[in-house]
Design a protein around this ligand. Structure first.
Ligand code: MN
Length: 129
């Protein structure tokens, strides 16, 4: 099983935080700075899990999730998607799930929650050896 995590996020501070946190557990982080780049990387590379910011500069995270679920690359119909919502508005979480995300977490990103949520889908390469 692979351990490639694609993070679609336009905020460089969050990108750096998540990159350090996941690489510390042995994951490989693929980065996309906007929604369209994210969809393209998901379709072009081996991706085992997607972390998805909702507020993106082009298409939003909901649209990204819908495109992944409808992709002609069949693995993307089932790839785990964790939405990361900026505000704790209840509607955001529900919209993320309706768009095809599996779970959501809210910002600010808590590293222990991130590890737990990622590991629930993709075992840490470091911890499983
Ligand atoms: Mn954003």
């Amino acid at each position: 099983m692979g351990s490639n995590v694609l993070y679609i996020e336009d905020n460089p501070d969050n990108m750096m935080l998540v990159k350090r946190a996941l690489e510390a557990r042995g994951y490989r982080l693929l980065e996309a700075r906007n929604g369209l780049e994210g969809v393209a990387k998901a379709e072009g590379e081996d991706v085992d899990l997607v972390l998805l910011d909702i507020n993106l500069p082009d298409i939003d995270g909901y649209e990204v999730a819908r495109r992944l679920r409808k992709s002609s690359k069949s693995a993307l119909v089932y790839v785990p998607i964790i939405a990361i919502t900026a505000n704790a508005l209840k509607g955001d979480a529900e919209k993320a799930l309706a768009a095809g995300c599996d779970v959501y977490m809210s910002k600010p990103i808590n590293i222990r929650e991130l590890w737990a949520r990622v590991e629930a889908f993709v075992p840490s390469p470091q911890l499983s050896d």
